[in-house]
Design a protein around this ligand. Structure first.
Ligand code: HAM
Length: 396
């Protein structure tokens, strides 16, 4: 479903490698937890310092620098990421993400586009309660001036911060804004806010993003404290939160603009914006809301074969080759047990082959949804017959 939504918008799939040179991830931020504490890195047999990817934005930027696709380059990906975190519900050392990255344009329409793609995906899953939280970190100079001001402010109240908060202050005062410790929260409530430092360009960009989201009917919660855990962001940052999940792990997705990343990785100045959603957390949110129960695709046809003629193998292969979802049983189960399996598979039609049908090379076609008369069809005509009564399912 994710692939469907993003490819309708013109995003093509990329498959970044799981293992990258450690240098690719340096730009996530020298003082970020992702880089200092959570990286699965090691030196390989050839003496190269490599890491399992903790996320995929940096890898997409790296592959952009290497292959220089035409602009705008818009790509989507999915797959595992690795962070050495303390495992708990919704926080894992290996977790999956689906995401998109759009490189080559500073147009706020692209910020709006990527946000709306994620929004539409959550809606398509059936999630009713997703909060979209948006902020802007401004231009790099705005962000630097704000970080300085924040550092000065927090230093003036250092004795009120938690011990861990004082360490954060030394490393990266910005991170104090998303501290979950009560002492830090109380102090930071009086801290300066980033909007006081936005340049006119940053303010205009932010306003355009808010207006565009409003025009699409996407509700926004503005939060000046949203700084995110990675250092490459400029201008727009955003997070999707599920109020149905525990506070510390309630972000089901996040992203933002990272206009300097490609240049930092050795490419030409290239703006970029994207998001990634956490697959496990999204599923936890679906469970919590009791929606989006993802059933496997329903079968078009179920071949029930109680004969010893090998009909199930031949017929299911022929139908699958013709584009139908076709299931069958194994291990010579009884008719009753195979009919139950056909029911569980949600099959539209059951094709039944007992010894009598096998002897005459026929199948009995039963409509599983309506009480209509069964038809007897010759096995060589089965595919054609199914073609007349069903249309093949397209990809999900
Ligand atoms: P992130 O906020 O670090 O951003 O991760 C995105 C999402 O991945 C989170 O909102 C969360 O749902 C999920 N996630 C992160 N860490 C874990 C974990 N340890 N266990 C389970 N789920 C987790 C990024 O990764 C950026 N690359 C997003 C982005 C794309 N920015 C621009 N483009």
């Amino acid at each position: 479903m994710f692939a469907d939504i993003v490819s309708r918008a013109g995003y093509g799939e990329v498959v970044p490698p799981i293992l990258e040179d450690i240098g690719v991830f340096a730009r996530l931020g020298e003082q970020t937890d992702v880089v200092t504490k959570e990286m699965y890195d090691f030196v390989d047999k050839g003496g190269r310092h490599v890491a399992l990817r903790p996320e995929q934005t940096a890898s997409v930027a790296r592959l952009f620098v290497e292959h220089r696709p035409t602009l705008p380059f818009r790509a989507w990906y999915s797959g595992p990421n690795f962070r050495y975190e303390k495992p708990q519900k919704g926080r894992y050392r290996q977790f999956d993400q689906c995401g998109v990255e759009a490189l080559g344009s500073s147009d706020p329409d692209l910020d709006i586009e990527v946000i709306s793609l994620a929004w539409d995906f959550f809606a398509a899953l059936g999630l009713q309660h997703v909060d979209l939280v948006v902020n802007s970190l401004g231009e790099p100079t705005d962000r630097a001036a704000f970080t300085d001001a924040l550092g000065r402010f927090a230093a003036s109240r250092a004795d009120e911060l938690s011990e861990a908060g004082r360490t954060t202050l030394e490393k990266n005062p910005l991170r104090l804004l998303d501290s979950k410790r009560a002492d830090d929260i109380a102090v930071m409530a009086d801290a300066p806010t980033i909007d006081e430092y936005w340049s006119p360009t940053a303010r205009d960009h932010h306003d355009a993003v808010l207006q565009g989201l409003h025009a699409l009917g996407i509700p926004v919660i503005e939060d000046r404290r949203l700084v995110r855990g990675l250092d490459y962001y400029r201008f727009t940052t955003f997070e999707f939160r599920s109020p149905a999940l525990d506070g510390a792990q309630n972000a089901i997705g996040g992203g933002g603009r990272y206009d300097g990343l490609v240049e930092d990785l050795g490419g030409p100045p290239t703006p970029g914006v994207g998001f990634a959603l956490g697959v496990e957390r999204t599923l936890l949110a679906c469970d919590a809301e009791e929606v989006g129960r993802i059933h496997g695709p329903q079968a078009d046809v179920f071949v029930v074969d109680t004969s010893t003629s090998g009909a199930a193998l031949r017929i299911s292969t022929a139908l699958r080759r013709a584009g139908y979802r076709c299931e069958r049983s194994y291990d010579h189960r009884s008719m009753k047990s195979q009919m139950k399996a056909a029911d569980r598979a949600g099959a539209t039609l059951a094709l039944i082959v007992g010894e009598d049908e096998a002897a005459s090379d026929t199948v009995l076609v039963r409509d599983m949804r309506h009480d209509s008369p069964q038809s007897l069809v010759h096995q060589t005509d089965v595919v054609e017959y199914i073609r007349q009564v069903l249309t093949p399912q397209s990809d999900v």
